[in-house]
Design a protein around this ligand. Structure first.
Ligand code: UDP
Length: 330
C-alpha cells in the first residue's frame, strides 16, 4: 500500500517518513514545497516538490501513485510569525488543507492522519489536558490547526474521509541514527536553542519569564520524542486501515518540565555550562501544558518508548554535534 506524507521534508514529517521506510510495509510518497523543509531530511521514498495549493501538480501525485492513506504535516508552524502574518497561515495551512481534502476526495482516498498541536487548547482549563477540554487557541497557528481539524470532521460527514488528528505537545529529539534531526530557520524552540548554546553558537539561552505560577517560576511543557510521535502516526494509519473511526488524540509523556529543568538536563547531558538569563515573557505562552495521552494508549495502542527528558535531549545532542549547521546550505 502507498502512504502520501505531506510535509515529509519537515522535522516531524521526515522522522515519520524514516519510520515508515524502516518498517518497509508501505511505498512512501512525499509532497513538500521545500519552503521550510529540507531535501536532505528525506531519507527515501518518492519526493514531489510541490505545494498542496497547486491543483494540477497534486492531481498528478494522486494519479501517479496508488495512495490509500495520507499523513498530513505540510503547514507553517511558527507561533510568532503566525501573529504578524495571519494571512500566510490561513492560506497555507487552512486553504492548503482544503485543497488536499479536495484532491483526496477526487481520488477516492478515505484516510488522513493529521499533525495537530496542543496550541489548539490555548490556556488550558486544567492539566493534564484531555481531548474533550476546551479549545481556545491563543495564536493564529493554533487557530488554523483547529480549523483544519474541524474541516476534516465535515469532510468525514460529507464524504466519509476518516481522520485521526494527533495533538502533539513539545516535540524534541532526533532519529537514533543521527541522520536527521531538528533544523528550523529561524530556530525558535527551546531544546535546539539550548544545544546551540552548548555548541558555542549562542552566548546564552534567554528564559522567557520566571514569574509564572510554577514551582520555579518558568513555564512547564511536556516534551515528547519525535520518534515516539512518528510511531503514533504509523499506528494511526493502521487504525484507519482496519476500519477505525475518526478521532482526536493527545500525544505527550504526561510529565511536565520547567524551562530551568530543561536547561539543567541539557547541562548534564552535554557537560557544558549553558549560561541562561531571564528575559521578558513571550506573548501567548500558557504557564503549563501537560498531556493526558490515555486515549492514544487505549485506542491506538501507543506507548512512548523514549520518555525520559535525558533520552530526548541526548538524541538531539547527538544530531546537533554531528550536524552543527543542521542540514547546511543545501
Ligand atoms: N522558551 C524559552 N526560551 C526560548 C525558547 C523557548 O524560555 O528561547 C520557553 C517557552 O516560553 C516555552 C518553552 O520554552 O515555555 C518551550 O518553548 P518552545 O518554543 O520550544 O515550544 P512551544 O511550547 O512554544 O510549543
Amino acid at each position: 500500500m502507498t502512504v502520501l506524507v505531506t510535509g515529509g521534508a519537515g522535522y516531524i514529517g521526515s522522522h515519520t517518513v524514516a519510520e515508515l521506510l524502516a518498517r518497509g510495509d508501505d511505498t512512501v510518497v512525499i509532497v513538500d514545497s521545500l519552503q521550510t523543509g529540507h531535501k536532505k531530511a528525506v531519507l527515501g521514498g518518492k519526493l514531489y516538490e510541490c505545494d498542496l495549493r497547486d491543483t494540477e501538480a497534486m492531481r498528478r501525485v494522486f494519479r501517479e501513485n496508488d495512495i490509500d492513506a495520507v499523513v498530513h504535516f505540510a503547514a507553517n508552524s511558527l507561533v510568532g510569525e503566525s501573529m504578524t502574518d495571519p494571512a500566510k497561515y490561513y492560506d497555507n495551512n487552512v486553504y492548503g488543507t482544503l485543497c488536499l481534502l479536495e484532491r483526496m476526495n477526487e481520488a477516492g482516498v478515505k484516510r488522513i492522519v493529521f499533525s495537530s498541536t496542543a496550541a489548539t487548547y490555548g490556556d488550558p482549563e486544567r492539566v493534564p489536558i484531555t481531548e474533550g477540554d476546551r479549545t481556545d487557541p491563543l495564536n493564529t497557528y493554533g487557530e488554523t490547526k483547529l480549523a483544519m481539524e474541524r474541516m476534516m470532521r465535515w469532510f468525514d460527514v460529507a464524504h466519509g474521509i476518516k481522520y485521526v488528528s494527533l495533538r502533539y505537545f513539545n516535540a524534541a529529539g532526533a532519529h537514533e541514527k543521527g541522520l536527521i534531526g531538528e533544523d528550523h530557520r529561524p530556530e525558535t524552540h527551546l531544546v535546539p536553542l539550548v544545544l546551540q548554546v552548548a555548541l558555542g553558537q549562542r552566548e546564552f539561552i534567554g528564559i522567557y519569564g520566571d514569574d509564572y505560577p510554577t514551582h520555579d517560576g518558568t513555564c512547564i511543557r511536556d516534551y515528547i520524542h519525535v520518534m515516539d510521535l512518528a510511531d503514533a502516526h504509523v499506528l494511526a494509519v493502521e487504525k484507519l486501515r482496519s476500519g477505525g473511526e475518526s478521532g482526536v488524540f493527545n500525544l505527550g509523556n504526561g510529565r511536565g518540565f520547567t524551562v530551568r529543568e530543561v536547561v539543567e538536563t541539557a547541562r548534564k547531558v552535554t557537560g557544558h555550562d549553558i549560561p541562561a538569563r531571564v528575559v521578558p515573557r513571550r506573548a501567548g505562552d500558557p504557564a503549563a501544558l501537560v498531556a493526558s495521552s490515555e486515549r492514544a494508549k487505549a485506542e491506538l495502542g501507543w506507548q512512548p518508548k523514549r520518555a525520559s527528558l535525558e533520552a530526548i535531549i541526548e538524541s538531539a545532542w547527538k544530531w546537533h554535534q554531528a550536524n552543527p549547521r543542521g542540514y547546511g546550505d543545501e
